[in-house]
Write a protein that binds this ligand. Sequence first.
Ligand code: ADP
Ligand code: MG
Length: 321
Amino acid sequence: MPGEFALIARIQARAAGRDDVVLGIGDDAALLRPSPGQQLVVATDTLNAGVHFPADSAPADVGWKALAVNLSDLAAMGAEPAWCTLSLSLPGAQEAWLDGFLDGFLELADAHGVALVGGDTTRGPLSICVTAIGAIAEGAALRRDGARIDDEIWVTGTLGDASAALAQWRRGGGDCDGELRLRLDRPTPRVAVGRALCGLASACIDISDGLGADLGHVLRASRVGAEIDVATLPASPALATAFDTMARIQHQVSGGDDYELCFTAEPGCRGSIQAAMAACGARVTRIGRIVAPTGLRLIAADGSTLPPGRAGYEHFGEGPQ
Ligand code: ADP
Ligand code: MG
């Protein structure tokens, strides 16, 4: 069985560089050269087996997702990703698992020009911690605290697919719709969208714990409230076919693992937003507005208010449904 250093060598052999990586994998720390006038943007997320991905997930999907969730955080800030580190806790020195993991991880890293510059490799329960580092022009970052009364609320893509896949997987003893499962296993970080929103959006967040929970963070940081028109929430055909309206709304509002962006912008920015999204080939939907009374209200098509339900996933809360 290969040891720690053989595993690291396996990783190093496949990691691509960048001009601004002065020193990558192999020393005590990496040396990186940020561009003048840019701020660094740093995000870290951990994936634990059985909590963040089903235990039967393909290693390549785990690799993809481990980086995707971090690039999604950079996207939500409007940053351009550049570098990442990878800390792996593995139950054994499984070369085949590592090779599969790297297939997915490096496929996404290469697609975004991200260099893997370091990490750590230890024995323990399967757990993956990735740090992604990006850059943004000084003062241009999209933050949670900029939403203003009368701003409109938008989301990219469709909501609820990943949560629906997980619900089907749990109910069906490991079976679920292939299209929905793809959204759970291979989320698309909206990097180009986030960058295009700089200067247009007043606040932005990525939806990892569910629209209700994550929009709630924006509302609290900005000290405002929101009304969401639930009939406008974008649903994929796969979700709309497999679930009735109430279950669909539950997955869209409270599900999580969407990795879409939710952002706010002044009504006067509507045209520019639609043009910017069309230029990145991204779907975007207006779902509500920022209001003065704090909290989140879900408005049905007939104008009635829906009960908020469980807002989203919380690690030390009740646990996923
Ligand atoms: P140290 O003992 O100084 O922490 P390590 O033996 O842990 O060094 O790591 C040696 C080199 O390999 C370092 O450059 C480290 O960043 C890199 N490295 C270790 N594990 C990984 C990994 N999983 N992915 C990428 N680089 C790694
Ligand atoms: Mg180390």
